[in-house]
Design a binder for this molecule. Structure first.
Ligand SMILES: [Ca+2]
Ligand SMILES: [Ca+2]
Ligand SMILES: [Ca+2]
Ligand SMILES: [Ca+2]
Length: 309
């Protein structure tokens, strides 16, 4: 329950604050009602419920101008600018990546770590990147799942399957996260560890943790207010939730394809780890124009073994 409330609070808080920022930056041309609705939708829907509605809500009519003839203005349908589509993804090999550049984006990378063990030290870094950014962010949410959450828990009706089992999100909207997903490793989660509010890996499937050293949540948003769902790293429960927002509109912001978050990994074992971004609203990207549509790309890290062919 606690984790759910933390998740809920972070996403809702960011979107609510975003509404304030967006309204303040639009000189009266926006549609605060629509924005308020978007924020309220997230506030009432609970984790994982209304991704499409929120992601496609276009809050402004910033393209309006006064230079057209009255007739043209009268006949033109009200325009809502198409907010650029943003891809948020994981790059498991960070060469060439900065706040405003991206090197090659790998879907899997191999790393060799002799005698891996959890020691609180970052052994390797990966990135959460954005592509399609032309307007610079004012807020984001990024929730990265890196271990099997609720694996082996009983199905509530139809089970979640496939990639739905790689996140910590109730993809089928039945109130249970990853219900019916197969057991991973030697043990299954059960009982209260499977309840409808639980989004933790409770049986210790993780072979990486998110370490404090190496982790930077403000690469693309220097000077922004950072929010981390556990307060600060390290994070060991299978999902690292973070976000940031500019409360001060004069702070610098960095546009362009680039790194949103760098994650320092404390590697504690060998194997294949999938890093999956959770669907909106747990992953979200907003510029001054509003909340963008996002598509998500997961990636894998093969530790002391080859990537799958
Ligand atoms: Ca799921
Ligand atoms: Ca479910
Ligand atoms: Ca659990
Ligand atoms: Ca687990």
């Amino acid at each position: 329950m606690t984790r759910l409330l933390r998740a809920f609070t972070l996403a809702a808080a960011l979107l609510g604050l975003l509404t304030i920022v967006a309204c303040a930056g639009e000189e009266g041309e926006g549609t605060p009602t629509t924005q308020a609705t978007a924020a309220a939708t997230s506030a009432t829907a609970g984790v994982g419920r209304t991704p499409a509605a929120q992601a496609t809500t276009a809050p402004t009519s910033a393209g309006d101008e006064g230079g057209r003839t009255p007739a043209a203005q009268a006949t033109a349908a009200p325009t809502i600018p198409a907010l650029g589509a943003i891809e948020m993804g994981i790059d498991p090999e960070t060469t060439g990546n900065t706040a405003s550049t991206l090197g090659t984006l790998e879907r899997c990378a191999r790393v060799d770590v002799p005698s891996p063990a959890f020691d609180g030290v970052s052994d390797y870094n990966i990135d959460v990147y954005v592509k399609g950014d032309t307007q610079a962010p004012v807020a984001y949410d990024a929730w990265v799942t890196y271990a099997a959450v609720n694996d082996g828990c009983p199905a509530a009706g139809d089970p979640e399957t496939g990639d739905q089992c790689l996140n910590s999100f109730d993809d089928d909207g039945d109130g249970y996260i990853n219900d019916g997903c197969p057991q991973v490793g030697a043990t299954a989660e059960s009982g209260a560890d499977c309840d409808g509010h639980d989004q933790d890996d409770d049986d210790g499937d993780a072979i990486v943790h998110i370490a404090a050293p190496g982790t930077d949540t403000l690469i693309k948003m220097p000077g922004a207010t950072s929010m981390v769902e556990t307060g600060t790293p390290p994070d060991t429960d299978g999902t690292f939730g973070t976000g940031a927002i500019y409360l001060d509109p004069t702070k610098s912001r960095i546009a362009g394809d680039g790194v949103l978050v760098r994650l320092g990994l404390d590697i504690g074992g060998s194997g294949l780890v999938t890093f999956a971004l959770n669907p909106p609203p747990l992953s979200a990207y907003a510029s001054g124009a509003g909340l963008h549509t996002v598509t998500l790309a997961s990636a894998q890290l093969a530790i002391n073994q080859d990537c799958p062919q």
